[in-house]
Design a protein around this ligand. Structure first.
Ligand SMILES: [Zn+2]
Length: 86
């Protein structure tokens, strides 16, 4: 686990221990790093000119492995599902 993830978890625990109502804890002001992380992930998992996720598409020139993943890729679908409570 990276220091960044540890710090994020500690921040979440501190917010939960503060007793602040859930609706307030869930606000952008109280989750800036979590939202920044989500925005960063969604920023790289974007459709390319072929409608495929540019981040998940893998091309290995050694053995010519080409793997294309349609957008939205599983990463984007998981994030969107969590936001939409699917
Ligand atoms: Zn992707």
């Amino acid at each position: 686990m990276t220091d960044t993830v540890k710090a994020w978890i500690e921040e979440r625990r501190a917010i939960q221990a503060s007793g602040v109502p859930f609706s307030d804890r869930d606000s952008r002001a109280n989750f800036p790093r979590a939202l920044t992380a989500i925005e960063a992930v969604l920023g790289v998992h974007r459709p390319d000119q072929n409608g495929e996720c540019g981040e998940c598409t893998v091309i290995h020139h050694g053995n010519w492995h080409v793997y294309h993943l349609e957008y939205p890729c599983p990463t984007v679908r998981v994030i969107e599902g969590a936001i939409n409570h699917d």
